[in-house]
Write a protein that binds this ligand. Structure first.
Ligand code: ADP
Ligand code: MG
Length: 617
């Protein structure tokens, strides 16, 4: 017999809706916090008992709910945040779907107390039923308290899926952290089973903001961040990215916000990864807290019931903007360009040459040049500081080995104790080679120690990238060609990627079904390293689908080549050789880290040295 169609009761409809939005206690906390912030709250207290399964109570000092609106606040499809579909296109609040309170109250024992002024408030209780809840007077300062007890008491299937108290609380803790990062001016207090676990005090200046970042993301992160600030007519990106030397083994310190909302987005994570891929080993993850503000008309926030995702009208533009802003900030991490100077000094006009150089890179790597923008004055300070006159010279001399003009040396140092000419170098002058591995050098501040292999690897890598782009990676024919026995699949791969190998300076040919011959190798590469490198490259190509990430892969292969060609430990260097390496480092992009993200040099300044010897105490 055919079943007839019936309308769901409002309670059942809301419980079904809750299935999408309310997955666990942390989802309740998320929705309630968003409501508090939308109400302009500056102080929010979160009380949790038993991981949230027994109690979630959120109290705020926002504008409160009008007594006549209590019933509406709890009904689905009722909101004070939008009225028309035009409003939907330009949402600036966190909520807008009008279903959170309806959903939560359908799956818990629910209390709402709210006051719009200090003359007392009102309260309703909705215990898993929503029809005509009774309004009673209740004492409450201006603001709102929502109490959610026994979550999922009437949805046993869901309640069964709750994890341990500890796990659920960790989710809540993490969620509050995310919200607190986005709203630094607000204070958040988190209690668990009557114990205070967190207090994030509202920040109102640079120093307290820095403190809050350290509280939320750890002091190490706060110590190793670069400030990001970039802007176009449609978008602004700001926040912090970690120096590559502070990378993570997992993607656990990555926060991205679009118009104040935490989102997961493939376009964004890809852009960040691309910006970092040159300075980070591929198994490492960058750390960042970034806020994108974008005109709301070009982003759709109504994509996911829990609003975890957004859709950009022009994803490519957003992608390129983010990648460039981060890339430029990372690139400025060179010896001699101090971090403070980079982040604080404002440069009115950015060198145009740099943009041109980037365009060349995109063209060669087969990426659309598209909307390459000239650097906006607002983020000129993210670019490396370069002498204007020299940048012109560099533009003409495209064969210069330095990718960027040498930084003008600090004139005030010209009478230093070095007495070696009118200027000094930021990495100073070599004194000795230590343990076969490090250069010891002296500069104005004190002692410099350089990891020879790591530094040389970076220099070679950047040099090879430039040569690759200009098609001039030098190659060296072999007097005795090398024959390699491989699997048929590897031989096919080698054949299919012959052009790529050629670009890198290898000339290889198929010899038989299961062998190839190498006729020439990159000039930089030691001949005996060629065989292993080719085998590794083939394995790499087979494992990571090359065609998908060609430019990334190419750079990875170059990185490999650089690593194998760089000076090895215990290779004795003369002082002039060491000084030449130091000078190269000063002129090389990204030379603060090797290709794997390890630092290439450290400075011990006079203060630190004095400390060792307890001087001046
Ligand atoms: P939405 O946030 O999508 O509008 P909700 O179901 O979360 O939907 O909330 C419904 C309405 O209740 C909101 O539009 C708002 O007017 C009101 N409201 C909820 N929480 C608060 C709060 N903490 N302070 C003030 N108003 C609130
Ligand atoms: Mg809401």
């Amino acid at each position: 017999m055919t079943q007839r169609i019936q309308k769901l009761s409002p309670l059942l409809a809301n419980q079904i809706a809750a299935g999408e939005v309310i997955e666990r206690p942390a989802s309740v906390v998320k929705e309630l916090l968003e409501n508090s912030l939308d109400a302009g709250a500056r102080h929010v207290q979160v009380d949790i008992e038993e991981g949230g399964s027994r109690l979630i109570r959120i109290r705020d000092d926002g504008h409160g709910i009008h007594p006549e609106d209590f019933g509406l606040a709890l009904s689905r499809h009722a909101t004070s945040k939008i009225q028309s579909s035009e409003d939907l296109a330009k949402i600036m609040t966190l909520g807008f779907r009008g279903e959170a309170l309806a959903s939560i109250s359908a799956v818990s024992r629910f209390n709402l107390i709210s006051a719009t002024d200090k003359h007392g408030g009102w309260k309703i209780q909705a215990q898993g039923v929503i029809d005509a809840p009774e309004l009673t007077p209740a004492a409450h300062p201006r603001g709102t308290t929502v109490e959610v007890r026994d979550l999922f008491f009437n949805v046993p299937a869901r309640r069964k899926f709750l994890r341990t108290e500890k796990t659920e609380f960790e989710h809540i803790d993490e969620l509050i952290k995310r919200v607190a990062l986005a709203v630094p001016a607000a204070t958040f207090v988190l209690m668990h089973n009557q114990r205070q676990i967190r207090q994030y005090s509202g920040a109102n200046d640079e120093a307290t903001l820095q403190q809050r970042l350290a509280d939320l993301c750890g002091p190490e992160f706060a110590k190793h961040v670069l400030k990001i600030e970039a802007e176009t007519a449609m978008m602004r990106l700001h926040g912090w990215i970690a120096e590559p030397t502070f990378s993570r083994s997992q993607a656990d310190l990555q926060y991205f916000y679009v118009n104040g909302r935490v989102v997961r987005d493939k376009i964004i994570s890809h852009a960040v990864r691309e910006a970092y891929h040159d300075v980070l080993y591929r198994e490492r993850f960058p750390a960042f807290v970034l806020f994108l503000e974008i005109v709301p008309e070009v982003v759709d926030v109504n994509v996911h019931p829990a609003k975890h995702e957004v859709r950009f009208r022009d994803g490519r533009m957003v992608h390129d903007f983010i990648r460039r802003a981060i890339h430029d900030a990372l690139e400025s991490l060179r010896p001699g360009v101090s971090r403070v100077a980079v982040t604080e000094k404002k440069v009115a006009s950015a060198p145009v040459m740099k943009v041109q150089e980037q365009m060349d890179v995109y063209q060669v790597l087969g990426q659309p040049v598209g909307d390459v923008q000239h650097p906006h004055p607002a983020f000129g300070h993210l670019l490396p500081q370069v002498g204007e006159g020299k940048s012109d010279a560099r533009a003409k001399d495209s064969h210069s080995t330095s990718p960027l003009p040498t930084r003008d040396l600090d004139e005030s140092n010209s009478t230093s104790h070095f007495g070696r000419g009118a200027t000094t170098h930021s990495l100073g002058y070599a004194l000795a080679q230590l343990l076969g591995t490090y250069i010891l050098a002296e500069n104005n501040q004190g002692l410099i120690m350089v990891d020879i292999h790591a530094a040389h690897e970076r220099i070679l890598y950047e040099k090879m990238k430039r040569e690759l782009l200009s098609g001039s990676l030098p190659t060296q024919p072999l007097l005795l060609p090398i024959t390699l026995n491989l699997s048929e699949r590897e031989v096919n791969t080698a054949e299919n990627h012959a052009a790529l190998f050629q670009q890198l300076g290898f000339q290889i040919e198929r010899l038989a079904k299961e062998s190839i011959v190498i006729r020439s190798v990159p000039a930089l590469l030691a001949t005996n390293a060629a065989e292993k490198l080719i085998r590794d490259m083939l394995a790499d190509i087979l494992e990571h689908n090359m065609s998908k990430r060609a430019s990334e892969e190419l750079n990875h292969l170059l990185g490999n080549l650089a690593c194998r060609s760089a000076i090895k430990a215990n290779h004795p260097l003369t002082l002039p050789e060491m000084n030449a390496l130091l000078r190269d480092m000063e002129q090389t992009e990204n030379s603060g880290q090797c290709n794997h993200g390890r630092p290439t040099w450290v400075q011990l300044d006079r203060k630190e040295l004095d400390k060792f010897f307890l001087r001046g105490r």
